[in-house]
Design a protein around this ligand. Structure first.
Ligand code: ZN
Length: 166
């Protein structure tokens, strides 16, 4: 019996390759199995890590100058008694645009990049929260940041406390 991959035959020596029979006359030797395992290990290492980014996008008259100001905004959103604010057309346009670009009803081969579907908040402050988690995270992050900047919205990154205003 010969290995279908490398054509080696089973050795009589105990350290030599063993050949294992498969269906329809196919066979594989132990050396080829080891090689396959190595290839698969390397391929797994090539899989890009899934980075996650949280972003909060606000429509504000003025860009906050400190994270304390952002915290105050987030507190207002968390306050169940905060008044409902008017829908912001620019924030709505942003929301619609990212939904169109990165649909949450995408086909199987293009999973949506969201850990949680984007959401518009209208309590206390008009805000869109984004939780990106995908092998394409970086690209999505750049895309949503560009869309927000184009629409004159404020972007806050809670991981780095970076505030980017129009
Ligand atoms: Zn072989």
């Amino acid at each position: 019996m010969k290995c279908s991959f490398c054509a080696k035959t089973q050795s009589d020596r105990p350290q030599g390759p063993r050949v294992i029979a498969g269906p329809d006359g196919f066979a594989i030797c132990s050396e080829c199995v080891d090689l396959c395992v190595e290839i698969l290990k390397e391929e797994r290492l090539d899989v890009p890590p899934i980075l996650s980014y949280d972003l909060y996008v606000f429509e504000l008259d003025q860009t906050p100058s400190s994270t304390a100001e952002i915290d105050e905004l987030l507190d207002r959103i968390a306050d169940p008694d905060a008044p409902i604010v008017e829908t912001s057309p620019r924030l709505q346009a942003f929301f619609d645009e990212i939904q169109t670009c990165w649909s949450h009803t995408g086909s199987l081969d293009s999973d949506p990049p969201w850990a949680i579907d984007p959401e518009l908040t209208d309590q206390g402050v008009a805000m869109c929260s984004l939780f990106i988690a995908s092998p394409e995270s970086m690209r999505v992050r750049i895309g949503v940041s560009e869309a927000a900047a184009r629409l004159g919205l404020v972007i806050y990154d809670p991981q780095t406390n970076a505030i980017v205003g129009p």
